[in-house]
Design a protein around this ligand. Sequence first.
Ligand SMILES: [Zn+2]
Length: 303
Amino acid sequence: MSFNVTVLGSGAAIPTSNRNPSAHYVVCNDRYFLIDCGEGTQLQIRKYGLKIQKISHILISHLHGDHYFGLVGLLSTMHLLGRTQGVTVYAPAELKDTIMRQLEIGNAKLDFTVDFVPLQNTVPNNPIFEDKLLKVFAFPLKHRIPTWGFRIEEKEKERTLMINKALEDGLLREHFPKLKRNEIVKEKGKIFLPENYTLPPKQTRSYAYCSDTAFDSNLVEFVKNANLLYHEATFIEKEKIRAKQTFHSTAMEAAKIAQKSNVHKLLLGHFSARYESTVDHLVEAKIEFENVICAEDGLRIEI
Ligand SMILES: [Zn+2]
């Protein structure tokens, strides 16, 4: 089952000719998420050949415009394309009025429901969304206004059945689910141990998203062991004072979080428009954490 992230926008507040504002398109086990929705996100979705109508959950980290100005346009296009299936938007509570007011002014009615779930009510260890395959968590970041990070993670998987061996030994198919759940099967006085008929489950995977935030070691517990960590790196160390003043991070600070969190791979993004290249971001991040890459619009990463 596929788990991948496509970066739709890798820039900070001011868009440039090659960097849109924040948005990540995440596919996890056939579930489709959009994280943040900066201006122009729907155009990026089209440009990179992704499916607009598949998106069922939209996660908005905070209400700085470069993280949500694209939302009303995206919802409107979903409607024009004939959508009837509802969308759930997890966001700061104030977003609901903003979006509904924009639609009302133009007398626009959507043919689908938009459920707004306020992030203010969430507790970091309780999932904001859960189904049989995955869980999504929200956790607080350290920014100028209330801001949340997100973690999408697969649930514990079942063991893989060795069907031929099970059939050869006379096990009935009705017992297969039990073996996959690592339970012992008793049949006609015989005992069948799951470890003899199944292989260990595939490892669960997770993706953690942190934008925008100042350096905050409290994040470690929320993102630890993630296969992929996205962490903003608006600045480099040369602009460390500016980073502190604006509650953003430097590439080195992002890498420190990755290092402390034991994540597998670090993805940097939200680059200030002042940088023409991200070479310096990469060089200083690698001092702290080796497995790091810089986001580009359109970059797709398999987790
Ligand atoms: Zn911000």
